[in-house]
Write a protein that binds this ligand. Structure first.
Ligand code: PEP
Ligand code: MN
Length: 355
């Protein structure tokens, strides 16, 4: 249940209610809105009478939260959650584009990619050092060395970093280099990892499992929020269906459905969502039109040489062009994408593989 405090109820009244919630063996989670504070009563399903709280001073009313996810729900927090990172405000009117290669392959590759996406207007660079690959024989990522490269590139370019963490014991290490920890689709229900990233208090990009329902995605987010870590972004990256022409089926419905159910920012990954570079632009535009708060896009300076996901990676000049198109779509739906002028030094030749 949630306890809605009266408008202007003071800190003392709020703390009295928090103490009562805790005395009954529940956790109290506070959502401080502009007008009023909402207190989430979180714990197992033991019955507790709402009257206990309704009779307290400063309490307006209590409302049961019917969904299984509580802290992630809009009932608990009606206002959108905004996560400030490197001058961007993720979840605000601005649409945030995060871009970069699938995997960190070398210092040169990351620097080339970083400058290219920066020139296209991006402030958050992606790149995996720990890669969850289907085959144990595929490139597994550079691990710690990859993180060190990300650290250097961050230093040199001023870009913030989003990178995946696969194991709970790696969270402190990855958190030293990253600005956003990515939990990959394959780990969406790795509950030990969810607890660990929750405890890290870092911003988290939580990707939807390839066979997960939206409710399961929100329940996974709930694990992180239950550690009082509210800086969680949800990422739709396509689900597995019977369709074979694309790598996954991007669930565009997920964007407005999630925006209705939760206050958390919703990001779309059109690269993994389609698996094909020529589909990334159209699907990215659709995502912005549908109300996505951000995009995660794979960009590689030389997709034909990429050690992973070259087929779905955009070349820098196509990405720069896409950024311009996205800005127009964003404006059409009352949003905004900040854009800088692309660098004229970028390559213009387009090989057959990779965008
Ligand atoms: C990725 O972003 O590189 C990745 C592995 O994505 P996903 O977990 O969505 O497959
Ligand atoms: Mn990838």
């Amino acid at each position: 249940m949630i306890i809605i405090m009266k408008m202007g109820a003071g800190e003392e009244r709020i703390q009295e209610v928090v103490a009562q919630v805790e005395e009954l063996g529940f956790q109290a989670h506070l959502s401080r809105g502009e007008e009023r504070t909402i207190i989430g009563v979180i714990g197992d399903e033991r019955p507790v009478s709402p009257h206990v709280f309704e009779l307290m001073e400063g309490v307006e009313r209590t409302v049961p939260i019917l969904q299984p996810f509580k802290l992630a729900s809009r009932d608990f927090k009606p206002e959108d959650t905004i996560i400030p990172i490197n001058g961007m405000r993720i979840g605000s009117r601005e649409v945030t584009v995060m871009a970069g290669p699938c995997a960190v392959e070398s210092r040169e590759q990351m620097l080339e990619a970083a400058w290219a996406v920066k020139e296209a207007g991006v402030r958050i660079l992606r790149g995996g050092a720990f890669k969850p690959r289907t085959s144990p024989y595929s490139f597994q990522g550079l691990g710690k060395e990859g993180l060190e490269i990300l650290g250097e590139v961050k230093e040199e370019t001023g870009l913030a970093i989003v990178t995946e963490v696969m194991a709970p014991e790696d969270v402190p290490l990855v958190a030293r280099y990253a600005d956003i920890l990515q939990v990959g689709a394959r780990n969406m229900q790795n509950f030990s990892l969810l607890h660990a990233v929750g405890e890290s208090k870092m911003p988290i990009l939580l990707k939807r499992g390839m066979m997960a329902t939206l409710e399961e995605l929100l329940m996974a987010a709930e694990y992180i929020l239950s550690h009082d870590n509210y800086r969680v972004m949800l990422c739709e990256r396509g689900i597995r269906t019977f369709e074979k022409y694309t790598r996954n089926t991007l669930d565009i419905n997920a964007v407005p459905v999630l925006k209705g159910l939760t206050h958390l920012p919703v990001i779309v990954d059109p690269s993994h969502g389609t698996g094909r570079w020529e589909l990334v632009g159209p699907v990215a535009r659709a995502a912005v039109a549908a109300g996505a708060d951000g995009l995660l896009i794979e960009v590689h300076p030389h997709p034909q040489r990429a050690l992973s996901d070259g087929a779905q990676s955009l070349r820098p000049e196509r990405f720069a062009q896409l950024m311009k198109e996205l800005r127009r779509v964003a404006e059409a739906v009352g949003r905004e994408i900040k854009l800088q002028t692309p660098n004229s030094k970028l390559q213009t030749s387009i090989p057959s593989m990779g965008g």
